[in-house]
Design a protein around this ligand. Structure first.
Ligand SMILES: *[C@@H]1O[C@H](CO)[C@@H](O)[C@H](O)[C@H]1NC(C)=O
Ligand SMILES: *[C@@H]1O[C@H](CO)[C@@H](O)[C@H](O)[C@H]1NC(C)=O
Length: 265
């Protein structure tokens, strides 16, 4: 187990060192332009993104928090930086979607209940959920603190699998990043993902939304990131394509019942 992992680390370092520092096509974002953005911290490490959806709930990807108790999770809200500033708030309850499976794209959602109420300001406030599914090829905005260069290693490896590598090698940004991407049709998205031998993933359906834009998109730590159209939440990143494959999001509109019934308290 160790030898292949070490080899992978060496290969990873070589690959990552060669990647350019730019995000996959992103710019620095001021939190005032995305006050719903949350950074999810698991065991003191920045792991994912998320979105504030009510005065006490953050929505993120199940994969980010599955298997961790609430006490190991915090969220950073209201900061334009990835690792500092804003308010760091504790999580008191984790609700992973009951149909989540790590082998599927769909149902990759989890709700995090904050221990304190989130007092809305210009830097942190809930985002409304979208009321209609976006059309293919329409534009959407993405925010995140994920790797800024895409390659096969980023795509296949998870940061947490080789956590010995420092954030700088993963090209994680210091400031929150954002980019504009385009919605990709379901059929094309499924076709683009089908050929990956490592990932016999299933579940691209009405419960998911894909995006694809040349030289732009999500990678690694972006998971959980909000996909937004006209200041309304349309998706939560389930699987980053690292600009090699389409990015796959949970379709917020497909989960209205689950969201409504789990955010009442
Ligand atoms: C919001 O305000 C309440 C009451 O003043 C306070 O207890 C709570 O800590 C505040 N929440 C945050 C996230 O700062
Ligand atoms: C994306 O963000 C930019 C900058 O804030 C904004 O001008 C644009 O309207 C947004 N696009 C969508 C589709 O929401």
């Amino acid at each position: 187990m160790f030898a292949p992992l070490l080899l992978l680390q060496i290969v990873a370092l070589a690959w990552l060192a060669r990647g350019d520092q730019r995000i996959i096509g992103a710019n620095t974002v001021n939190i005032k332009d995305a006050p719903w953005h949350a950074s999810i911290i698991v065991q003191s490490q920045l792991k994912c993104g998320g979105a504030i959806i009510s005065k006490n709930y953050i929505l993120t990807a199940a994969k980010c928090v599955d298997g961790y108790s609430a006490g190991n999770i915090q969220v950073r809200l209201g900061s334009s930086s990835c690792g500092t500033g804003g308010s760091k708030v504790g999580i008191c309850e984790v609700k992973v979607h009951s149909q989540y499976s790590s082998w599927r794209f769909d149902n990759n959602l989890a709700l995090l209940k904050t221990c304190e109420l989130i007092n809305a300001t210009n830097e942190m406030k809930p985002i409304e959920r979208a009321t209609k599914v976006p059309e293919d090829n329409s534009r959407a905005n993405l925010t995140g603190c994920g790797a800024r260069s895409g390659n096969w290693l980023n795509l296949i490896m998870d940061k947490r699998l080789i956590s010995g590598i420092e954030d700088k090698w993963w090209h994680l940004p210091v400031q929150l990043q954002g980019t504009q991407v385009r919605i990709l049709g379901q059929k094309q998205c499924a076709a683009d993902w089908r050929v990956i031998p490592f990932y016999l993933l299933k579940g691209i359906s009405d419960l998911t939304i894909c995006t694809k834009s040349p030289g732009k998109g999500a990678c690694s730590t972006d998971r959980g990131a909000p996909l937004v159209i006209d200041n309304k939440l349309v998706g939560i990143l389930a699987r980053a394509g690292c600009s090699i494959k389409p990015d796959v999001y949970a379709n917020i509109l497909g989960h209205t019942h689950w969201l409504d019934s789990n955010t009442k308290d």
